[in-house]
Design a protein around this ligand. Structure first.
Ligand SMILES: *Cc1c(COP(=O)(O)O)cnc(C)c1O
Length: 421
């Protein structure tokens, strides 16, 4: 089935009321038929609803639908993208282990890896996403995950997925990709051999800046990579927190199963059924919106590139961009999503333009249907010196745009007036 069709139908077969919309099951818990039924659910002899921290019928539709869009086997929804990323790591690594991750990352992932998981004894080692061969110098037998973003936020770099997966498979290490900015409409990492996909659903999936949510999805057949793999002993040995269950022996998608039974159970970053409902509405139109975000962003990028005051435009969909060839290889129909950045001479010029726009809102978010503008040097990257800003690819005169669904002529007119004010 095509993605557009799956986005509207997968996972929902109408409930007893025959509602067209997926119902919001706002219920903390579920009644068992009798004690035997309850015992069967707890021992996984039978699958079913127990308590909403673990599963919920509305969230179940969201998980099945998102997994189908990615072409994966199963999904686990979480309260936020950051929780999905943490679960994807914590499901594989423990104290004493390390992960190897691209240096070009979302700020929250960078701090989670460099600071928070470090306090849990998991070390993060960083490679340049444009130089995957560095991974070989960083992995050892304690490396549990190789993590990168398919299309990076905010630096809009595009990963050479094949090159990274090839090295990971040589060492039998799991690959985890954050596919938030590309979305499965533009890029399907499983087609290129990635093992696990994570998302912040709070961006393009919700689409209108409404709900926070996260998702972790595993590829079909992942168990084969984990079975008898000495890196992942905890999937191959009894889990005494679950009466001695051996995950690789269970005929279910085991990466999401373990994350649900162990991490979601014990850490509890569960999504609200209401948020799952709003994210299902977002998925219904995701394919249409990503096409429009991408074509709008390309038009704005082309305008900015032609403007004399603009020193440089970073948008992977532009022919002049160094990522252009990788985009053609991994992204569908030349789409490159709605994120772009451009450089003006200095911070003063950039601040003037940001303050002079009317249609763009000054917000630290992306993926909204309304266009967004930010000046990283005075907000997210405020603590860095001029030299440090240049080193991490965020010069003082850089402006980041998240292009929404307004008419591109209106966005261009607004930017033109701001640049010439
Ligand atoms: C926003 C974002 C996240 C974090 O997601 P939340 O839902 O805000 O927790 C992770 N990765 C990327 C690429 C993001 O843009």
């Amino acid at each position: 089935m095509q993605q557009q069709t799956e986005a509207l139908h997968t996972g929902y077969n109408k409930d007893t009321q025959s509602t067209m919309a997926v119902p919001i099951y706002m219920s903390t818990a579920y009644e068992f038929r009798d004690v035997e039924h309850a015992a069967n659910l707890f021992s996984l002899k039978e699958l079913g609803n127990i308590y909403t921290r673990l599963n919920n019928p509305t969230t179940d539709v969201f998980e099945k639908r998102f997994a189908a869009l990615e072409g994966g086997e199963a999904g686990l929804a979480t309260a936020t993208g950051m929780a999905a990323i943490f679960y994807a790591i914590a499901n594989a690594a423990e104290a004493g282990d390390n992960i190897v991750c691209a240096a070009q990352l979302y700020g929250g992932s960078l701090t989670q890896f460099a600071h928070t998981i470090k306090r849990f004894g998991i070390e993060a080692r960083f490679f340049d996403v444009h130089n995957p061969s560095q991974i070989e110098t960083l992995v050892d037998d304690k490396t549990k995950v190789i993590f990168f973003e398919s299309l990076t936020n905010p630096s809009v770099d595009v990963a050479d997925i094949d090159a990274i997966v090839k090295i990971a498979n040589k060492y039998n290490i799991l690959t985890v990709v954050d596919n938030t900015v590309a979305t499965p409409i533009i890029c399907k990492p499983f087609d290129f051999g990635v093992d696990i996909v994570v998302h912040s659903a709070s961006k393009y999936t919700t689409g209108q800046g409404i709900s926070l949510g996260g998702m972790m999805i595993e590829r079909k057949g992942l168990v084969e990579k984990i079975k008898n793999n000495p890196r992942y002993k905890h999937f191959n040995e009894p889990d005494y927190s679950y009466h001695g269950l051996v995950y690789v022996d269970v005929p279910l998608p085991i990466y999401t199963l373990r994350a649900r039974l162990s991490l979601l159970r014990d850490l509890g970053a569960t999504i609200s059924p209401f948020n799952s409902f709003t994210l299902i509405q977002g998925i219904e139109t995701l394919s249409l919106r990503m096409r429009e975000h991408s074509s709008n962003a390309l038009k704005v990028a082309e305008f900015l590139e032609s403007h004399p005051k603009v020193e440089k435009v970073n948008y992977p969909g532009l022919k002049s961009n160094s990522n252009y060839d990788v985009v053609q290889k991994y992204f569908k129909d030349g789409m490159a999503s709605g994120l772009l950045s451009f450089e003006l001479k200095n911070a003063e010029e950039a601040i003037k333009v940001v303050d002079a726009t009317n249609l763009f809102s000054l917000v630290v978010n992306i993926g909204d249907s309304k266009s967004i503008i930010t000046h990283p040097a005075s907000t997210t990257h405020q603590q860095l010196s001029n030299e440090e800003l240049i080193a991490c690819g965020v010069p003082a005169g850089l402006i980041r745009l998240s292009i929404g669904l307004e008419a591109s002529v209106d966005l261009i007119e607004d930017l033109k007036a701001a640049l010439e004010s």
